[in-house]
Design a protein around this ligand. Structure first.
Ligand code: NAD
Ligand code: 6OD
Length: 484
């Protein structure tokens, strides 16, 4: 995208400091990002507040919904540009970005356009002491200016997942995308401008977290709520930052997700599904399965089948349609993932496949690829089974009873997602319900209905978004009680 500027109160602005945008497939510099300073963030927040006081604050729901539909149209019209930007920033395969990331960017706006149009609220007829009655009903109001902070793994998808409901509810937004993936957020700002979103309603400030745009946003007294997706440790830092101004938060954080494979599963479907849960987006998905538990009689066959799957992945250039697996996002993240590979060996793991860096003999050797990796043989208490790695790696362990599988799956401080693989209907329901997490899939993974609650327990987050749960976070309910 070349030079990448913040979008503040309807204008693209530069600043004095810039940082490089690196292409993860070969380490090339593909752009320069101007970092928003405190004054730029102030300007964005002030512009957003003014927008709320202007026509945007009085826009009827049907007009807001129509605008959301036009934003979706705008993303679809510029689909190829969004695709190019997402690929340049992340190195993810075109097959993935064109199937998941960009379509979901548009879908998020369409879905919340429909949801806001069809949403209703509760009302109660209340008996009063004088023998009469009162009518209670709630009205939904925007929360105000929402700070949206998002990570690099699914940049457009995760940004729009929050921006769409925030705008649907009539808020103004100041968004800070990850410093690793600034491009699609900037393109989204262009689309907003093209389709007539009023100045100040949607702002993008580029930069880092601490002592940069992220922190300027979370500590800003003009921000009314913070919605954040990212690491659990960052969530903790943001909680501390918002405490003095008591801002409500919605947090979608890390995971150390389990997949439980029973002996009665549909074997082919399960191997395909678990392979996707482990290796999709090079394992950089908060919902990815990093701990696989397999019923003992199936264990050896399953490990072997997953090994074959891992070794058949195509680690290629992002624009090659045959590529299934891209690089990790950065050199720093690759160092982290490789340190976990080494830790696993120190802890006594047997490496079934992978464990290192692939060699290509071309420009990809300057990129941030790692080998898809399968580990076995570790204790449940090993750090490898406790800490989120966020790479294309899993540990597989056998189990003997349903109770043992549930106990192991739940033995984590995280609690985002899980999957259960079985053809035994009652067992599927029973095990799913006994898992301590926000989302459990049975015989599938990452099948999404955007009306359903999404979020985690423990270190995996605070609150739920999706459908009316998003409306509840992005609006304030005012109950009106009328004596009849
Ligand atoms: P990260 O926490 O490092 O960064 C996320 C965002 O927060 C970035 O925009 C970053 O600049 C900003 N940030 C960092 N420190 C900040 C601070 N002190 N104040 C304000 N902002 C700050 O996460 P990441 O490395 O970009 O993403 C990977 C992590 O995100 C993984 O842990 C993954 O599990 C998690 N994640 C969770 C979900 C979910 O839905 N639960 C989805 C995607 C990713
Ligand atoms: O699908 C979604 O709405 C969502 N929030 C996915 C998160 C994926 C994590 O990497």
């Amino acid at each position: 995208m070349g030079q990448i500027r913040s979008y503040v109160n309807g204008r693209f602005v530069e600043s004095g400091r810039a940082f490089e945008n690196i292409h993860p497939a070969d380490g090339r510099v593909v752009g320069e990002v101007f970092e928003a300073d405190r004054a730029t963030v102030d300007e964005a927040v002030e512009g957003a507040r003014r927008a709320l006081e202007g026509p945007w604050g009085r826009l009827p729901v049907r007009d807001r919904a129509a605008l959301l539909d036009r934003i979706a149209d705008g993303i679809e019209t510029r689909f190829d540009e969004f695709l190019e930007c997402e690929i340049a920033d992340t190195g993810k395969p075109i097959s993935l970005a064109s199937r998941i990331d960009i379509p979901r960017g548009a879908a998020n706006f369409r879905v919340f356009s429909n949801i806001i149009k069809s949403s209703g609220l509760e009302s109660f007829r209340t008996d009063t002491a004088d023998g009469g009655s009162a009518l209670n009903y709630a009205v939904r109001k925007p929360k105000g200016v929402i700070g949206v902070i998002t990570p690099w793994n699914l940049p457009l998808l995760l940004l729009t997942w929050k921006v769409a409901p925030a705008l649907a509810c009539g808020n103004a937004v100041v968004a800070k995308p990850s410093e690793e993936t600034p491009s699609t957020a900037t393109l989204l700002a262009e689309v907003m401008e093209e389709v007539g979103v009023p100045p100040g309603v949607f702002n993008v400030v580029h930069g880092f977290g601490p002592e940069s745009a992220g922190e300027f946003l979370t500590t800003h007294p003009g921000i009314d709520a913070v919605t954040f997706t990212g690491e659990s440790a960052t969530g903790a830092a943001i909680l501390r930052a918002v405490a003095p101004t008591v801002k409500p938060v919605s947090f979608e954080l890390g995971g150390k997700n389990a997949a439980i494979v029973f002996g009665d599963c549909d074997f082919e479907e399960t191997v395909n599904g678990v392979a996707e849960a482990v290796f999709s987006n090079t394992g950089q998905v908060c919902l990815a399965a990093e701990r696989i538990y397999v019923e003992r009689p199936l264990f050896d066959r399953f490990v072997e089948a997953l090994r074959v799957r891992a070794e058949s992945l195509v680690l290629g250039w992002p624009r090659d349609p045959a590529t299934t697996t891209g690089p990790l996002i950065s050199g720093a993240h690759r160092d982290k993932v490789l340190s976990h590979y080494e830790l696993a060996i120190d802890e006594g793991a047997e490496v079934v496949t992978g464990g290192g860096i692939p060699r290509f003999g071309d420009g990809r050797d300057r990129g941030f690829y790692v080998q898809p990796t399968i580990l076995v043989g570790l204790e449940e208490s090993a750090r490898t089974n406790r800490e989120e790695i966020f790479g294309p790696v899993c540990h597989i362990a056998p189990f003997d009873t349903e109770e043992e599988a549930i106990r192991n799956a739940n033995d984590t401080r995280y609690g985002l997602a899980a999957s259960v693989w079985t053809t035994h209907l009652k067992r599927g329901h029973r095990v799913a319900e006994s898992l301590r997490c926000g989302i459990t899939w049975v015989n599938c993974w990452f099948v999404r209905d955007l009306r359903t609650p999404f979020g985690g327990v423990g270190l995996s987050g605070i609150g739920r978004e999706g459908g009316r749960h998003s409306l509840d976070f992005y609006s304030e309910l005012n109950n009106i009680c009328v004596k009849l």
